[in-house]
Design a protein around this ligand. Sequence first.
Ligand code: SF4
Length: 316
Amino acid sequence: MLVRTEQLRKYFTLGRGQTLHAVDGVSLQISENEILGLVGESGSGKSTFGKALIGLHERTSGEAFYNDELLPTRFSAEDHLNYSRNLQMIFQDPYSSLNPRMTILEIVGEGLRIQGKYRKSDIKDQVADWLNKVGLNADHMSRYPHEFSGGQRQRIGIARAMIIGPKFVVCDEPISALDVSVQAQVINLLEDLKQSMGLTLLFIAHDLSMVRYVSDRMAVMYLGTVIETGPANDVFFEPKHPYTQLLIESNPEPDPRLEKTRDHIPIKGEITSPVNIEAGCRFADRCPKTMEECKTVTPATTSLTDSHSVSCHLYQ
Ligand code: SF4
């Protein structure tokens, strides 16, 4: 495994003794050259998990490993510098993730500059090379982020992450803020880079069709926990957990002709805030198949096959 976590937890302390259990015991493995898709509604803890995994959040407890090396619970400035060579992140919002006062040369070249071993002319050459690789005009490196479209800014964010030559990249909803017309282009770019650089990706998104399309395996998160994992096609076409089934039924069909003919079954209610979590299944108040034990007993994880597992009393 290139990356794995064991019971990773990230809690946030709120006022009046309350604790937000954003990520609550997530154990996942990602093999080299694999794309693991991580799906779930907003508020399920996907982004927090991605950030805690690569040291952008301090872990509350649990472990995260890169190449079998235990990563620090809290990254120092030196840890960030060392690990950022291999662990990078592409952020969701290409509008707020680029410093508006920096030029594209400064933004994309920053990772090389802070390593302190490249001459200015080398950095400029590498930035030009990477702008070309992501489909941007290298002559525009003295421009500022506001002079680019959303899709172009996301390409700048991708160049910034990739110029370091990372092995593992967390892609946090990389296309959800973009027009539909440019989403496929950015996905194709990521896939090309994955192939050419031998990357391993954690691809976080809420669009299940897209995640199935790009991912080898898929993990579904609900209220800070992973409730189903398996090969992407198995989870998408034969979902076992009631939440995964509803998530897929409520997912828009990309083909508008098919979309018109589909019956959508919306998921009842909204995801609750993961504050002061109690025992029992976290999905019990929204699940159409709730049984008495679901309200008091937390379901364990059952392996349905070597690669497909689910946490639900229906399978125990
Ligand atoms: Fe529904 Fe019970 Fe399964 Fe939870 S454990 S998903 S409430 S059937």
